[in-house]
Design a protein around this ligand. Sequence first.
Ligand code: HEM
Length: 496
Amino acid sequence: MTAPMPDSFPPGSSLNGTPLSAPPAGCPAHATGPDGVQRLYGPAASEDPAGLYERLRRDHGPVAPVLLEGDVPAWLVIGYNEVLEVARSPRRFSRDGRNWAAWQEGHVGNGSPIAPVLLWGPDCTHQDGDVHQRLRRAVNESLDRFDRRGLRRHVQRYAHGLIDRFAADGQAEVLSQYAQQLPMLALTTVLGLPDEEGPRLVEASRQLLIGTEKAVTADAYIQGALRTLVARKHEDPGHDLASWLVGHPADLSDEEVVHHLRLVLIAGNETTTNLIVNTLRVVLTHPKFRGSLHGGRMTLPAAVEQVLWDEPPIAVCPGGFATLDVELGGRAVAKGDVLLLGLAAANADPAVRPTPGAPMNGNRSHLAFTSGPHECPGQDIGRAITQTAIEVLLARLPDLGLTVGPDGLSWTASTWSRHLDELPVRFGPRPPEEAADDLEGAEGRVPPDGAERREEDGAGGADGAAGGERVRRHAPGTQGATPRGRRGLLALLRRR
Ligand code: HEM
């Protein structure tokens, strides 16, 4: 591809983790590599990802050359239509990392920080064609069997339990005390794990995300728990993902079932945490938004979709490896080049959204879940967990407010995503018993549309779009190692 490599070092050379071609962190020159190609990693890139995407769009149009860790060249696709084109053209853009020229030529090895995200692995994210379809059909059909209302009831129960722990304190840090816990507890139920496994998995996944030496032990713990689960479900099947995968006609081996249960846990946990906390932040920092939520003018499902447009939990995800020389967005992409989907950037593409940050009124044609054969199969479960989490929290603590102004919040960004570091809140202290007694009444204080829809439509709930339809993609207007210590969700997805 056109992004050149430095002459003096083999591609990917590094010293103590710092690319040899890179100037020291903090130096303005750190933002770009040799020949001025933009780095998509490092302090300069993580400071203001949205500004970076806009500069790339201005300078390069819908497909921009960038450098990944180790100054490995890649294309970042930031045009809305171009992201759709890549995501929906699996023959031209394979998900199998063995088609990556940089890997074939030995420039990216297993030790590279980008290897877990981009190199081949056994789960369906790295497969194409019939192999992908077989695994994906098993995952889709098993997830589709869920009793959505039952799932919401479980989420409500876990949400109340978490709130009980801090309701009397009058203050909380809702990222760590709520949003980081609830999705894993819910996914424990989805998988068919016993309730008591939830807190242990929350802790193990936290260790995984922190990425220390404990991460290996934590991953081994998760895989061990999943192997035990699979063995148990052979003997005693239930109404859960593990049992349905084990019994699926696609005839997955036990190892395949374990890989896909782990994929669901990791793919669903961090993303849903981010969606909950980002939606809460928007609700709490924009009084008008909260006002309209309570006044019934803006539904909670619409608020969640707005956040999926403006702050998608995964900002950049692998888009594939070109299987032939191909033109994309005016660029000559060579066979073997890697393409990344810039989901956050594409959602802000002026071609489909001329007014930045414009209200989208519940429009679901954003790219937060991508599109095509790999489009997220758990999106409606993620929406259901998110909406239920926020409904219950606002109902229990209706006077919830931030303890810092919007400028007091901080984020940590990686190549792949951007995370709030914490969300401190205060509220009138309420004894857990009082809060619990209040629950029936509290349901009535939930944002009216959201509450009414909870059991009815999955409006955006777990049943998907009203009418249970899968999301249709139309361009709007045409349609109908960090403080949290993460290299990002996608790195974990592929770590094994
Ligand atoms: C609401 C938060 C969520 C967001 C923003 C999200 C986003 C994504 C994205 C961007 C991808 C990559 C798609 C691609 O490679 O083209 C993905 C894949 C995936 N997600 Fe989600 N996800 C969320 C929740 C969930 C949940 C709750 C589950 C499971 C219950 C889940 C299961 C998966 C799986 C299995 C894949 C791999 C699909 C494949 O490669 O074929 N996700 N998700």
